[in-house]
Structure formats: structure tokens, C-alpha cells
Design a protein around this ligand. Structure first.
Ligand code: PGA
Length: 249
């Protein structure tokens, strides 16, 4: 079933005391929408965040994981490690991982496989750069990112996948894709899924938009028929702003 989701990606922000404080603020907010609420703190705060939100309508999720089961991968975190601290969902393929840590489609395909094999739900991110959009190449780029990382999967795997379209030029820049640009791309993504896997997978797929979503623009973006929620960076670091976005549905 298609869901509405608003997920906050905290990136490399908030040490443990700040994470505790933000979670306390989040717990004081009132949710008036039907959206599922997720927050993605950094690894060192996951266990605390999970414990602190145990009885709340907030799912704690991870920002990344490694593709290997375990072993000699200094500094990395495995799917089992995430599961052992209560995590059931992981973000994979964020453009910052792609750009700064050289995560390409082949690595991401392995990460997706590992996450799904451990029953982790995946929020899979992708999106074009400004040069791609200027060259009117954005659909081709997005199509290849999705195909290369996901199209080896069976249709049944897609019930544990959420897609997040995040045009790189709109992340952390204050630039937002217009609601029409977001809708056009989300429609194209759904069509790409439909061509390969049929109506059911396409209709049921939750597709999030990410890139400078704020309280002021969330309602208009979320009103588009193929936009099912948002992946929120900067505005997820303030509880009031984050819940204004959650409640924009
Ligand atoms: P932003 O980040 O909302 O700060 O643009 C979005 C993201 O990177 O997920």
C-alpha cells in the first residue's frame, strides 16, 4: 500500500545531548496528518533515539549501512548492527554518499540486496545534477540510477522499498524543484516501474521528494498526486518546522 511518509535526515548533525533535546521537542509536537514520521540520527545516537521514541509515533531509521555481513571494514556499520539497536529502515544512495564516498550504482545494488535480505526497509535515494537538468537529461539519469540499483529485484521486493527523488541541485541549496517539476519526475518514475513490474508495483510505490522542503512549500509539493511525502534535511533539525511539514498533508 502506498503511504505518506515524512522522514527527517539529520545528516552529520547533533551529538548525543543535542539529539536528546531535539527528540524531546519532537515528542511535544502534535501530529494532525496521517503521514508516517521517521527520523534518521547519526549512528552513535540510534540506540538512544530508538529507546526514547519507543512509545511514540516516530520511527528511528539509519542514514547508511555497509553491504557486507561483517568483517574487516573499519569504520563501517552492518545491517545486523542496525537491527540490534531497533532499526528497521535504512536510507541508501543519498547523493552525499554518492558524491563524497564514491557510492556508485553497483555498490548501491549490493547494499540494497543486503538490507532486504535482513528485512530492512530501504529508502532508496537518487536524482540528477544541475548539469543533467540543464541538458534535459534528467529523466535518463534517474531512469538509469533506478534500473542499475533496483531492477535486478523481483516485484515482491518492492514492498520493502520507498523511493526518494532528490535533485542534487535542490539539496541544502534553498532551491526547490517546483511542485510541477517534482510531479513530472515522480510520474515518470512511476511509469518506469510500471513498464518493468506492472501496475501493482507502480501504484503501491511510495515516492518521496527531497530538496529544500520547508513549512512554506510542503503543502503545495505534497498536493501533487504522485508525491507521497518528503525526505527533509535542514528543516528536520527544528521540531516545529519538521511537524509543520508532517502536518502539511
Ligand atoms: P535539504 O536536504 O532538505 O536540507 O535540502 C534534503 C536531503 O538531503 O535529504
Amino acid at each position: 500500500m502506498r503511504k505518506n511518509i515524512v522522514a527527517g535526515n539529520w545528516k552529520m548533525n547533533n551529538d548525543l545531548p543535542l539529539s536528546e533535546a531535539l527528540i524531546s521537542d519532537l515528542k511535544r509536537q502534535t501530529k494532525t496528518s496521517n503521514a508516517e514520521v521517521m527520523i534518521a540520527p547519526t549512528f552513535t545516537n540510534l540506540w538512544h533515539a530508538f529507546e526514547a521514541t519507543r512509545h511514540d509515533d516516530i520511527e528511528v531509521i539509519a542514514q547508511n549501512m555497509h553491504f557486507a555481513e561483517n568483517g574487516a571494514y573499519t569504520g563501517e556499520v552492518s545491517a545486523d548492527m542496525l537491527k540490534s539497536v531497533g532499526i528497521n529502515t535504512v536510507i541508501l544512495g543519498h547523493s552525499e554518499r554518492r558524491a563524497y564516498f564514491n557510492e556508485d550504482d553497483a555498490i548501491l545494488a549490493k547494499k540494497v540486496d543486503q538490507a532486504l535480505s535482513k528485512d530492512l526497509r530501504v529508502i532508496f535515494c537518487f536524482g540528477e545534477e544541475l548539469a543533467d537538468r540543464k541538458a534535459a537529461n534528467h529523466e535518463a539519469v534517474v531512469e538509469s540510477q533506478i534500473k542499475n540499483a533496483l531492477f535486478h529485484l523481483d516485484a515482491s521486493a518492492f514492498k520493502n522499498i520507498v523511493l526518494a527523488y532528490e535533485p542534487v541541485w535542490a539539496i541544502g541549496t534553498g532551491e526547490t524543484a517546483s511542485p510541477e517539476q517534482a510531479q513530472d519526475m515522480h510520474k515518470f518514475i512511476r511509469k518506469t516501474l510500471q513498464d518493468k513490474y506492472g501496475n501493482q508495483v507502480a501504484d503501491d510505490m511510495t515516492i518521496l521528494y527531497g530538496g529544500s522542503v520547508k513549512p512554506a512549500n510542503a503543502k503545495e509539493i505534497f498536493s501533487k498526486p504522485d508525491v507521497d511525502g518528503g525526505l527533509i534535511g535542514g528543516a528536520a533539525l527544528k521540531a516545529e518546522d519538521f511537524y509543520a511539514i508532517v502536518n502539511a498533508f
